[in-house]
Design a protein around this ligand. Structure first.
Ligand code: ATP
Ligand code: MG
Length: 308
């Protein structure tokens, strides 16, 4: 039995425009797709219409929700190319309130095909715009690269959720991701915020995980999600059955931890918390290290994807 996120659904304002959350980290295999699938399905059980958009040519979110390969189907590729409207691309899933826009492996080519395209960074944002009053949450699963596909997702998003493993090199590569976020904020999407950093495949029994968590807490402060996702075999098995964990084994620790994460993230969108976090954005003094680090730099490093 799937336990709905009752409290969250009661407190969620149904009139609000959809919130778009990109699940991104250019590092491979950190749990982006597992997070995107299970967060989106957990939010959907709160009785809010939720859309998962697969932005990765690997199409793992598409197959993980049970859609078989179909080259004729409208996919994110067609949206990026301006060949279809988003309403046509939306597919039903096994969960009543979860829909999916599938990916296709030909999206690898989209990176190249879009290079000379007009408003190439805004394609996904513009394609998804008509869906923002149909879905209260739109979750984007990004590929493991800071390429034009991820860039389109970050320009389309209100916030970025960064899955990360609590390992020794956890912060390696994060500066590049934070630089990209800053550059996008400065030019293409000033509204982009950090939804949170979520620790995945977490094993709190190890000293290393605890030490890394202390370090990440110091670096990200309140942006480090309180919920951690344990390493759990059910989460790894569920996609091969084409199901989110809550339909595969709702009582597993994996499924329950994603329900908890959904509660935490829905909590972020509540008006009172929005006001608090807006006030906090203004306080650079006493801010966690990543904020000070961004505020102190006077020169941004160059990242190729944003340079014409
Ligand atoms: P990529 O960068 O290739 O897109 P990703 O960041 O999307 O990868 P996933 O595909 O979600 O990462 O996860 C990588 C592998 O780890 C998968 O086999 C997945 O089933 C497994 N996995 C992810 N999270 C967990 C978890 N919490 N417990 C156990 N296995 C997990
Ligand atoms: Mg993935």
């Amino acid at each position: 039995m799937v336990r709905p996120i009752l409290q969250a659904s009661l407190r969620f304002s149904k009139t609000k425009m959809g919130r778009v959350i990109a699940v991104a980290n250019q590092k491979g295999g950190v749990g982006k797709t597992t997070t995107a699938i299970n967060l989106a399905s957990s939010i959907a059980t709160a009785k809010v219409n939720t859309l998962l958009v697969d932005c990765d040519p690997q199409s793992n979110a598409t197959s993980g929700l049970g859609l078989v390969k179909d080259p004729g189907r409208t996919s994110t590729y067609h949206l990026l190319m301006g060949e279809a409207n988003a309403h046509e691309a939306v597919q039903r899933t096994e969960l009543d309130q979860l829909w999916l826009i599938p990916a296709h492996k030909n999206m690898i080519g989209a990176n190249l095909e879009l290079v000379e395209g007009e408003r190439r960074e805004f394609r996904l944002r513009e394609a998804l715009a008509p869906l923002r009053d149909r879905f209260q949450y739109i979750v984007l699963d990004c590929p493991p690269a800071l390429d034009l596909l991820t860039l389109n997702a970050l320009v389309a998003a209100d916030s970025i959720l960064i899955p990360m493993q609590a390992e020794y090199f956890a912060l390696e590569g994060v500066s590049e991701l934070l630089d990209t976020i800053e550059r996008i904020r400065a030019s293409l999407n000033p509204e982009l915020t950090i939804e949170g950093v979520v620790l995945t495949m977490f094993d709190d029994r190890t000293n290393l995980a605890q030490q890394v968590t202390v370090e990440l807490n110091r670096f990200f402060g309140e942006k480090l999600c309180k919920t951690t996702i344990p390493r759990n075999v059910r989460l790894a098995e569920a996609p091969s059955h084409g199901k989110p964990a809550l339909l595969y084994d709702a009582r597993s620790r994996g499924a329950e931890s994603y329900m908890e994460l959904a509660r935490e993230i829905i909590g972020h969108s509540m008006p009172i918390q929005e006001a608090e976090s807006a006030a906090e954005e203004k306080q650079v003094v006493n801010a966690p290290r990543w904020k000070r680090w961004i505020a102190e730099r006077n020169k941004l490093t160059t990242i190729n994807i944003l340079d014409r």
